[in-house]
Design a protein around this ligand. Sequence first.
Ligand code: CA
Length: 231
Amino acid sequence: MLVVEDDPDIGQELVQALVGHGYATTLATTGAAALEMAEDRPPDLVLLDLGLPDLDGVVLCRRLRASVAGSVIVVLTARTEELDVVMALDAGADDYLTKPFRLTELLARLRAHLRRQSGTGAGVGAVTVGRLHVDVGARRVTVGGQELALRPKEFDLLVALAGRAGEVVTREDLMAQVWDENWFGPTKTLDVHVSVLRRKLAELGEDPARITTLRGRGYRYEASPAAVAGG
Ligand code: CA
């Protein structure tokens, strides 16, 4: 695990806590050092502070994603603007935590990510809804034959929704299936991921209204264009 944090107190504290929980962890205090260390020895997970002195966190996130494709990137941010979170997720982050956060919360997220990363792809199959085709085993998505690049969480979310096309999938089910079965925290991250998913689908000509919001209940991936047109 690689912790990227310029504040030496927070960085050391995080590393000590993670090592104490059995994770082999190294600390990078600059973006440049983080890139070098990640390329030298790709970590399974990167904890990335967005506020670094030498490199913009979102830029670093994009460069890390390009150089270590298989790593999970969890962004730590003091910023509360949704736009920053969306930018980081677009740049390749898989998840984010807003400072200050509890260590137990961080550990729960890390466990969930690492478990999923080492998962064996249970329930392998394919899902086709209209122009959307998802090869679950290969983790590939196409829309009208064009490849759709998704982050791991976005992929899992799409499978959870499109795999039950035409049905309401509750927020609780989505949080359980995509994030962590024991996750009872705030679920804003779900809405952020849905909005990214809609935008990416729209970029390949799919109607973003395919994913219907049922306020307070959940989401539904519409099974047919008629359902989309009918609202
Ligand atoms: Ca910082």
